[in-house]
Write a protein of this length. Structure first.
Lengths: 307, 334, 335
């Protein structure tokens, strides 16, 4: 197992490297990092001087090598937006908030999707199933930012139960978490449903029934476990989807001061060092989650050989 | 007596046919003759699927004819006609859904927004799909190192944070239908590649390919002849699902200001504008584009789930049996 | 039913009717089949694919699933119906008094649970054993079915075992609660020929030792020969002949049974060619009104085509559904 993790980590390093290089190249070639660093009134000489100071006049290859060196020392430069702070530091300041949001959202998603999916799979085609399926389809069709506004309008403006922005978790985290969770619940419950239907039609379930096992046991121990495999795949993908992208949207709507919120600002302000740092950290998280999913497979399914 | 399932009408038709046929002894009958129109007939009977199809057709027509039916230029704000109410609330027919705080006509923006969403959706699916399928074909067909390298590339790119990178690229390059489509395609071709490669590999596994190889025939043509038909169903389902995802992705990017930008018109953009400006005011300005977005994506998703059932004969069979036996009681009388 | 047979047979299938509701039409899978099994008896049920034998077997434990449904008749276990209002009876009987093993050992076991766990859960469910007792018993059972090194094997997963071994595990699982009837639905079809023989020997051995009744379902007459006391031959959803194994092999009454015997390759007789039965079974959606075998039968008359032969009782409890029994001649070849 250890050898496997090492191998996956190396693949992960490749990914992280790939992303970071990509961002590096794009920003250097297409954009002008200095543009927003100085106030708009700055003269061209001042800009040129700044560029020289940052080594941006050097040939791209030199810059790249210097960048690699910096990267290895985890020095991703200084954020321009948050004046003078090391970019990586800024990222870690805002990361916890995003992690909170995503964690609660995912827990909510799992807690709802499994029971919903199981119930729907028991009587496919009947009323309960159709209802749940339609609800799931609606859930996964609603754009998250629109959902966010609907929740804000509904529950902060019309019915002042919750608030937005930074604040205590029970009032401020509920709505954004629900917003994050709802489409995921839609998608995940559909997977549970179809996986369970497949499993319930499998031969070993027929055998289990012939053995006289209780319906509860057949569902919970036999079918659900097998359905867990595709579920875990999708769950991993949902977490990545949230972390690597949709926190930006949700945090914007709810003014939640997390990494996504920061990413949007960084991109708008063209603070390349900060962008670089954010993308780097996100890539690392994605790699870690992928490895976690693989390990989960191994735990669930004894047939999986990870060598 | 109502059946829990929409197959009631179909079942009644077929029962009548059964009765009619049973009078002719010994002749095996084919019920499929009774089911008029096959696939299309199925769609008509599945109410939700039908509704979705109708909605989408209307939407497509509206989008195509937008320049003709829109009451005004969506980008021309008339500051003299600010915050008009919709027609049913005292407004004028010149602006049937009213105007917003900058004088833009709401209906026009909705129509042109539909245009944007659909065009971007189609463009991305075509670009990403073509590229992805090609890569998948090459990888699956050639195998070996080509396969490993191509799939390695897919694996790496799949791990890239797509939305963030799209945002970054748009910020650098500027947002238009073309740039957004290209960037979303760059982010989204991998899934086609993986699927296609999977199909090619599964065809290669088939015994007849091995047999062909043993006889000395090159399996290439045989594989090709059999890949395309096997590709059709999963590709069709994937395309429809991707279409839905792209519409949402474009809307999200535009919402963030890093997608379609002025002078482009997008529902996502409108939701952002209205959200900033009218959250405590006329909330309908947020709801109209949002609702249309949701309904469009929902319609596409419903259509895709109908498609999946329609294209899988086993599913259809099960549904049918469930309906029929649900209605007829077991009545074990001899 | 004669005056002396007032007792209730162990298992009784009484004019059972099973239909499948498909888009193409209603398939008559099992058409008024009647048979019975006594305590300790081995009944072979023989027929080709589509004869309805597996469908019938599944009704015994209430395993009939959509699109199939039991639409007529009854199945009785020790006099109690397993079809009508049978929830509690089935719950009591499944796995405990009647056990079933299926055709494909590959998919019959849950790949995610160990073999031992899958035996243990049956023991705990029906016999209320605790984990330790159940585990010990599971190891005993594995030993009983001839698996070497059972203490190690009990924790293994299905994919770590061969097909034959998995089938043994399934047999162990089936016998764990000492049932009175074992239903084996094509237990050897998915296995190699050599393993087939081993499994059949095992079943025969266990049957003698434990006094089990066995219903052995197969399309292979060779499988039936060594093991079964009586044989029921099914064709196109109907029972066409019921006889003791000896009688059937020596002197088949129904032309189909005779045809089957003729087409089975034999080592003790020299035959010039393998004789097969021409034609194909009739469409089960609209079965012909007369004998289902009429289209393929060399003895068929107009009466055969027009009217369905009922199940006539012959001497010694033998039954046949044919207008011209015993005319098909001996299983052929020169010796």
């Amino acid at each position: 197992m250890g050898r496997y993790i090492v191998r996956r980590l190396m693949q992960g390093v490749l990914v992280i490297f790939g992303v970071t290089v990509f961002v590096f190249v794009i920003t250097r070639l297409v954009g002008d990092p200095v543009k927003f660093m100085l106030p708009l009134s700055a003269t061209e000489e001042e800009r040129a001087a700044r560029r020289a100071a940052l080594g941006l006049d050097d040939p791209i290859l030199t810059q790249f090598i210097r960048f690699l060196g910096d990267l290895l020392r985890l020095d991703l430069g200084e954020s321009t937006f948050v004046r003078g702070q090391p970019a990586l530091g800024v990222v870690f300041d805002y990361l916890p908030r995003t992690l909170q949001l995503v964690a609660i959202g995912i827990i909510l998603a799992v807690a709802c999707s499994i029971p919903l999916g199981v119930i729907a799979s028991r009587h496919p085609g009947k009323a309960v199933d159709r209802l749940l399926t339609t609800a799931s389809l609606i859930g996964l069709s609603v754009p998250q930012f629109f959902l966010g506004y609907v929740l804000v309008i509904g529950f902060t403006v019309r019915l002042p139960w919750f608030q937005t922005g930074n604040g205590p978790w029970h009032t401020n985290l509920v709505l954004p978490a629900v917003c994050m969770a709802l489409p995921a619940i839609g998608r995940l419950s559909m997977v549970v449903r179809s996986a369970m239907i497949d499993e319930l039609n499998a031969q070993y379930v027929k055998v289990a029934r012939a053995k006289g096992l209780s319906q509860r046991r057949i569902l919970g121990v036999h079918a659900l476990r097998n359905a867990g495999i595709p579920y875990v795949t999708l769950l991993g993908w949902e977490v990545i989807r949230a972390l690597a992208g949709y926190t930006v949207v949700v945090e914007s709507v709810f003014n939640w001061p997390g990494l996504g919120f920061m990413a949007k600002k960084a991109i708008n302000e063209q603070d390349f060092f900060l962008i670089q740092a954010i993308v780097f950290v996100v890539a690392v998280m994605v790699v870690v989650i992928n490895i976690a999913v693989d390990i989960a497979y191994k735990v669930l399914d004894p047939r999986v050989k990870l060598s | 007596m109502t059946a829990p399932d929409g197959y009631t009408a179909q079942h009644r038709e077929e029962e009548q046919a059964l009765d009619a046929e049973e009078n002719l002894q010994g002749r095996p009958f084919e019920l499929s003759a009774v089911q008029r129109g096959g696939l299309f007939g199925d769609l008509v009977r599945d109410k939700l699927g039908l509704l979705s199809a109708v909605f989408l057709v209307v939407l497509i027509l509206a989008a195509v004819f937008a320049p003709l039916i829109a009451p005004a230029d969506p980008n021309q704000g008339d500051l003299g006609r600010v915050m008009y109410s919709p027609v049913w609330n005292g407004g004028t027919w010149a602006h049937p859904l009213g105007t917003d705080w900058q004088g833009y006509d709401v209906l026009s923006r909705l129509l042109f927004g539909a245009r944007t969403s659909l065009i971007v959706g189609v463009l991305v699916v075509v670009l990403a799909g073509t590229f992805g399928v090609l890569v998948g074909l090459v990888a699956g067909y050639r195998g070996g190192r080509t396969d490993r390298w191509l799939m390695g590339w897919v694996d790496v790119q799949v791990s890239f944070p797509g939305l963030l990178l799209a945002m970054l690229l748009i910020a650098l390059v500027g947002g238009s239908v073309a740039s957004v489509s290209i960037i979303l395609a760059i982010n989204g071709w991998m899934v086609y590649a993986r699927m296609t490669r999977g199909v090619v590999l599964s065809v290669r596994e088939r015994p007849f390919v091995e047999a062909a190889e043993m006889v000395g025939a090159t399996p290439s043509r045989v594989i090709f002849k059999h890949v395309l038909p096997n590709l059709f169903t999963p590709l069709a389902t994937l395309v429809v699902l991707e279409f839905a995802r792209i519409i949402l992705a474009e809307a999200a990017l535009s919402f963030l200001g890093l997608g379609i930008q002025y002078p482009g018109v997008s529902w996502g953009l409108d939701i952002a504008r209205a959200g900033d400006h009218e959250l405590f005011g006329n909330q309908w300005l947020i709801i109209y584009p949002g609702l249309l977005l949701t309904l469009t994506v929902l319609a596409v998703n419903l259509l895709s789930s109908w498609l999946r059932v329609a294209l899988d004969p086993l599913e259809r069979e099960k549904r049918f049996a469930a309906a029929v036996t649900g209605k007829s009681d077991s009545g074990a009388a001899l | 039913m004669s005056a002396t047979e007032a007792h209730v047979p162990l298992l009784e299938v009484d004019h059972l009717e099973v239909q499948f509701f498909t888009r193409r039409g209603v398939v008559q899978a099992v058409r008024r089949v009647t048979l019975s099994i006594e305590k300790g008896e081995t009944l072979g049920v023989v027929g080709e694919s589509g004869s309805g034998k597996s469908v019938m077997a599944q009704t015994l434990l209430g395993l009939t699933e959509l699109p199939g449904r039991i639409t007529g008749g009854d199945v009785r276990w020790k006099g109690q119906s397993l079809v009508h209002d049978a929830e509690s009876t089935l719950a009591r009987v499944r796995g405990r008094e009647i056990a079933m093993i299926f055709q494909d050992p590959m998919t019959s076991l849950n790949p995610l649970l160990s073999v031992g766990q899958q035996i243990i859960e049956v023991l705990r469910r029906h016999l209320g054993m605790n984990r330790q007792q159940a585990r010990t018993r599971a190891i005993e059972l594995l030993d009983l079915v001839g698996i070497a090194n059972p203490t190690a094997r009990v924790d293994q997963y299905p994919h770590e075992m061969s097909g034959g071994m998995r089938q043994r595990v399934l047999i162990a699982m089936a016998l764990s609660c000492e049932p009175e009837l074992l239903v084996a639905d094509e237990p050897t079809t998915a296995l190699d020929v050599t393993i087939q023989a081993q499994i059949l020997e095992l079943v025969a051995d266990l049957q003698q030792r434990l006094g089990l009744a066995v219903m052995l379902i197969t399309h292979d007459l060779g499988v039936v020969a060594g093991l079964c006391d009586r044989v029921a031959v099914m064709y196109s959803g109907k029972l066409v002949e019921l006889a003791s194994a000896d009688e059937l092999f020596a002197n088949p009454a129904h032309p189909y049974a005779a045809g089957l015997l003729r087409s089975t390759p034999r080592l003790d007789l020299v035959t010039e060619r393998l004789v097969s039965i021409d034609g194909a079974p009739p469409d089960l959606v609209a079965p012909p009104p007369g004998c289902p075998f009429a289209a393929r039968c060399s003895l068929a008359t107009d009466e055969c085509v027009a009217e369905m032969p009922g199940l006539h009782s012959l001497e010694g409890g033998r039954k046949v559904a044919c207008w011209r029994p015993f005319e098909a001649g001996q299983p052929g070849g020169r010796s």
